[in-house]
Structure formats: C-alpha cells, structure tokens
Design a protein around this ligand. Structure first.
Ligand SMILES: O=C(O)CCC(=O)C(=O)O
Ligand SMILES: [Fe+2]
Length: 355
C-alpha cells in the first residue's frame, strides 16, 4: 500500500497502466469548413466540405464515441482566460475554497470529495451551470413532482472568475449547437433537429484540478465512467492523463493533448437518441506524481423535463427502440446525489432502462 488514503485506491483490475505504449488514438477532425455555417438555416459556404465533415463525425461517433476538433471557432483568449482564473482559484487554501463548497442543499460550487463508482477521485472541482437559474426536479424519486432551482456560487477570489466562466460557457454553447447540427445530419436528420431539445438546458461546466499524486498507480483522477448528458466538449491542458477505452479492442488509450483542440465525446443521451447507432464510451483520468493537471469539460444537457428515448425517425420494426423513455432531470439529480458520497449500491445507469 502506498501513501494515499484507502478511499482513493482502485480495485486491481481498474488500476492504470502508467507505462502503456502510445497507441492509435481518437480521430482528429478539422472544423474549418464550418465557418459561415449555421445549423438552423443550413446555409453553407462550401457544402462539399461540410458533407465530408458530417461523414467524418458520424464515423467517429460510431467507432470511437470520441474525437478531437481543431479550427472550432472558440477564441483562444476566452479559453486562456478561464484556465488562468481556474488555476488562480485552485491555488488558494482549502479554507478559502470551502467558502463556496457544494453541499446537500447547494449542488454547485467547489467540491473535493467526489466519488466515481464509489471510489474517491484524486481531484478537486468547481461546477457551475450555464443557465441561471437551472431548474431541476427536487427529488430523484419518481412519485415526487416538485422542482427546485440550482444557482451558481461564485467565489470572491479571483474576482475575474465569474466573467471568464460565463463568457466561456456562451462560446462553448455555440460550438455544442453546431456539433449537434452536424451529428443530426450524420444520422440523416435535418441540421436543426436537436435545436428544440436545447431551448432550455441543464448544461454545466466543471473546472477539474488534479494535484500531483504520490501513488498514481493506485488512484485515478476520475474513475472509469461514461458521461450521462448529450455531448461533452473538453479542454485539457498539456499534461495529459485522459484515457479512452478503445472500442475495437477494449484497450485504454491516451488522448494526447493537442494545443487549442477540444475533445468531443458522445454522452449516454445521444446513444439513446440514436438507438445505439452512436456510442458513449468509457473514459478515465490518470494522475501523475509530478504535475498538476487542469481540464474543463462542458456538458451539453437538455432541459430537466426531457423524456429521453430513441428518436422515432431512427427506429422502425426492424430496429425497435432499445430503451424505455426516462426523465433526464430525475436521472441528473440521482447521479449528482450518488457522486456526492460513497454509497453501497451501483449508481443509476442507462442500462437500467434498456428494453
Ligand atoms: O479531465 C479529463 O480529461 C476528463 C474529465 C471527465 O471525464 C469528466 O469530468 O467527466
Ligand atoms: Fe467524463
């Protein structure tokens, strides 16, 4: 046993292989052709190039559930600014950070004891939602109808964090809508198909800080999991550590940092909407004994009242729906509660709704 607390120690079969060889990684997709393209009106500058993009994205969503994008249109200074402010926030002492700590009542803010599949993650986070306030069910229980509002908790220091976060979230929301337009086209639907699903939303951004870990072979920054929302857009710094479980052979492969690129992954909701034509894939985060790592996922999620189910256009008698409808808001709050502390039971998963 090493120096880390037992709560962080992964079962033997889930520990990382720190010496894993560099293997074939996720596809890299250049979004340059998107410039001047708007998902709602479908107007394109070069429709041939966009058609090519649509095909590449479809292939990546099917074969990997993950891809990286460059030339995505998000201004570099917006990303640099949120990264700078986030580092400044996490540099403070625990007492300062705890002033905006999440608890049973306030779902957003700082948190340092997240669990994934009931093992503690070697990280600290700061969560905020994109819509203020964000409406969600008061309880994960089916019988209870009431809703509550989640509001963000902004720290006094650093003073620029809030604006940096809000501006970044707006940019990322634009990119998420564009990507959903391409994904819609890739399954033969109109580019604006998903617009109505995100008029309201429960999207959120997380600042992840992974401190150096004395026992990186025992613990993980984030244990293996799939993202439960629709689509995730991740900014990672140059340290590396994110691994994806490659579909072709089940190997864990490193997602190499590429300057200014975003990592996109399909969440469980797209998997259900497409009746499994597209896959949400397991990923996890390795830590290391020397360097801090910062990553910023943007989770694009529909409104709480959405009943998630395979789209009618993508199912028929030969391809019947593989999932029963489930309420997204209930799912979201159940998950939030299960990551809050260690439980004795498996947390809620989409396979619980499989037909
Ligand atoms: O830090 C990363 O690279 C990924 C984090 C992640 O998977 C998550 O927060 O859901
Ligand atoms: Fe994730």
């Amino acid at each position: 046993m090493g120096e880390v607390d037992r709560a962080f120690v992964q079962d033997v079969e889930h520990r990382p292989n720190l010496a894993a060889p560099q293997a074939e990684g996720i596809p890299l997709i250049d979004l340059a052709a998107l410039a001047g393209y708007s998902p709602s009106d479908g107007a394109v500058a070069d429709s041939g190039a966009v058609e090519g993009l649509v095909a590449e994205i479809g292939e990546a969503c099917k074969e990997w559930g993950f891809f990286a994008v460059v030339n995505h249109g998000v201004p570099a200074e917006k990303r640099e600014r949120i990264e700078r402010e986030a580092r400044e926030f996490f540099r403070q002492g625990l007492e300062q950070k705890k002033k905006v700590r999440r608890d049973e009542k306030r779902a957003l803010g700082y948190y340092e004891t997240e669990h994934t599949k009931n093992v503690r993650d070697w990280k600290e986070v700061f969560d905020f939602t994109v819509q203020e306030p964000t409406v969600v069910p008061a309880s994960p229980d089916d019988g209870e109808e009431g809703v509550i509002e989640w509001t963000n908790q902004w720290p006094e220091y650093p003073p620029g964090l809030r604006e940096a976060c809000e501006e970044y979230a707006q940019e990322l929301q634009k990119l998420a809508r564009e990507l959903m337009g391409l994904i819609a086209r890739s399954v033969g639907l109109p580019a604006n198909k998903f617009d109505e699903f995100f008029k309201d939303n429960t999207s959120a951004v997380r600042l992840n800080h992974y401190p150096p870990c004395p026992d990186p072979h025992l613990a993980l920054g984030v244990g293996r999991h799939k993202d439960s929302g629709a689509l995730t857009i991740l900014a990672q710094d140059d340290v590396g550590g994110l691994e994806v479980k490659r579909k072709s052979d089940g190997e864990w492969v490193l997602v190499k940092p590429i300057p200014d690129a975003f990592i996109i992954n399909v969440g469980d909701i797209i998997k259900v909407w497409t009746n499994e034509a597209y896959d949400s894939v397991e990923h996890r985060v390795m830590v290391n004994s020397e360097k801090d790592r910062l990553s910023i996922p943007f989770f694009f999620n529909p409104p709480h009242y959405t009943m998630v189910q395979p789209l009618k256009e993508l199912t028929d008698e030969h391809n019947p729906p593989k999932y029963r409808p489930y309420n997204w808001g209930k799912f979201l709050v159940a998950r939030k509660a299960s990551n809050f502390k260690k439980l004795d039971v498996e947390n809620l998963q989409i396979h619980h709704f499989r037909t």
